[in-house]
Design a protein around this ligand. Structure first.
Ligand SMILES: *Cc1c(COP(=O)(O)O)cnc(C)c1O
Length: 470
């Protein structure tokens, strides 16, 4: 029997939705995040039955309860097969052992070489499927400092029912990241280079969503990291790694380099579904709000400082609200009060019992840039492993937070070739881009520079969409 899954807001004042509804809505109308009304729980036998399945099939079976009533199991399996067909490793998410009881799970074998592809490749297809069923089109707008934009563009290119407009800060992304966005030739993709910072880009996206006539006219939608579907699509690889290392008959631990808390929250969800996860280690760079929270219940926002791991240069980890909701016993009124206070004051006081609860599972480690570079060098020298700066921070967090006798799996979130300067400085070698991107530096770029004014950005978005309708 299929039990349809409903979703509720962490702040308690939005209508509940099915999976298709939360996919298209992204953020809940009351400013909260959507969460499944109840968690599916797999028994030990359910987990064992997934052992040895090809990754797309395992992924479809793990995600099926979350989409029940909206996407049928057969369609989901097909979409997963298509989403992961473009990954260049036959295991999709290979596990590499680098030390006794220390493993790396590589999530970067997708088209844009970062783990964002794991969720985004499926999201593009889910959007197309749901919009076709509803006979609708939407315009996806997003701001990016690097990895999210290229993953969204690759996932949505050439899809009939989507226009995608991505804003990046002019001159402030890495060259590989920018070229991965601006060299894509597809009629439904447009890149805008904003004369401003990443925060300005995000403010522009928020302002476009707040402009109701514009939002309705263009049918705006978003694929940012608070979209529940992205969290759902990140759960299966934790299951795959745990099963390979002996779960459900043995405990495992994970280490995750963390920015918006989306990836590691998916690990929390896998544990909530019954996977025996003994510990979650969080790696941070100097923007260490989460590590400070775990060390001393100090969740206070500081200014964002650039680092070698730009995808973690974040001070407000938006998905943390999901964990908070759970730590508060799913009380939306308390959750809303704390989050509104956090927005106002730049700091939040998490009740002591909830903080203790969090610290019994999550452990944090902060690495500054020199320590990150030293970690990359040591991994290369001692384990013959090339880890990009984000991955190196995760691996170090895993080492520091390991439990005796429990295998620790660190998530490799980006391919080292995405950060050639950092790799060159740390190891003396510049890693090659994989064959499908080898000519990236020769490809023609296309983007439009726009001033940091809402009217100018809205005109540019309209022009990009109209060009396609014509
Ligand atoms: C996005 C990203 C992260 C951070 O993931 P969150 O889900 O935001 O915590 C880490 N590493 C890389 C390479 C990323 O692209």
């Amino acid at each position: 029997m299929i039990v349809p899954m409903r979703y509720v807001s962490t702040r308690g004042h939005s209508p509940d939705h099915d999976f298709s509804g939360v996919l298209l809505a992204g953020l809940a109308e009351d400013g909260g995040l959507y969460m499944p009304e109840s968690w599916p729980v797999f028994s030990a036998d359910d987990w064992r039955a997934l052992r040895g399945l090809p990754y797309p099939e395992l992924a479809a079976r793990v995600m099926a309860p979350f989409m029940a009533g909206a996407i049928d199991a057969e369609t989901l399996h097909r979409l997963c097969r298509e989403a992961y067909a473009g990954f260049t490793h036959p295991a999709t998410v290979p596990l590499v052992q680098i030390d006794r009881d220390l493993y790396v799970q590589e999530l970067f074998h997708g088209p844009t070489l970062a783990f964002k592809d794991m969720a985004m490749q499926l999201l593009g297809r889910l959007f197309d499927h749901v919009l076709t069923a509803q006979d609708r089109r939407v315009t996806i707008v997003g701001a990016t400092s690097g990895d999210t934009g290229s993953a969204a563009i690759e996932a949505c290119r050439d899809r009939d029912r989507l226009d995608v407009v991505i804003l990046h800060p002019l001159g402030r992304t890495s060259e590989v990241q920018r070229r991965q966005m601006t060299t894509v030739r597809a009629p439904n993709i447009a890149n805008l280079a904003l004369e401003g910072t990443f925060d300005d880009c995000q403010d522009m996206v928020k302002a476009m969503f707040a402009d109701l006539p514009f939002r309705t006219d263009l049918q705006l939608s978003a694929v940012n990291s608070i979209n529940w579907a992205r969290v759902a699509a990140q759960i299966p690889y934790y299951v795959a790694a745990a099963l390979a290392l002996g779960a459900p008959d043995r405990e495992v631990a994970f280490a995750v380099p963390t920015g918006n808390f989306g990836n590691v929250f998916a690990a929390w969800a896998a544990r909530r579904m019954g996977l025996p996860i003994a510990r979650l280690a969080i790696g941070a760079n100097r923007n260490d709000i989460l590590a400070r929270f775990l060390a001393s219940n100090d969740m206070s926002v500081r200014t964002v400082a650039p680092s070698l791991s730009p995808s973690m240069d974040i001070q407000v980890s938006s998905n943390f609200e999901r964990l908070l909701f759970e730590l508060l016993g799913r009380d939306p009124e308390r959750c809303a009060a704390i989050m509104i206070g956090f927005r106002r004051d730049g700091r939040m006081a998490v009740p002591d019992a909830a903080w203790r609860d969090a610290t019994s599972l999550f452990h944090g480690l902060t690495l500054d840039d020199p320590a990150t570079e030293a970690a990359i060098r040591r991994l290369h020298r001692e384990a013959r492993y090339l880890a990009d700066p984000h991955t190196a921070i995760g691996i170090e967090a895993g080492r520091a937070c390991a439990l005796p006798g429990v295998p620790m799996v660190a998530m490799a979130t980006a391919h080292p070739a995405k950060f050639p300067e950092a790799m060159l400085a740390a190891t003396g070698h510049r890693p090659d881009l994989p064959p499908h991107l080898a000519d990236l530096y020769e490809r023609e770029e296309r983007y439009r520079v726009v001033p940091n004014r809402l009217a100018a950005v809205e005109d540019a978005v309209r022009a990009a969409v109209l060009k396609n309708a014509a």
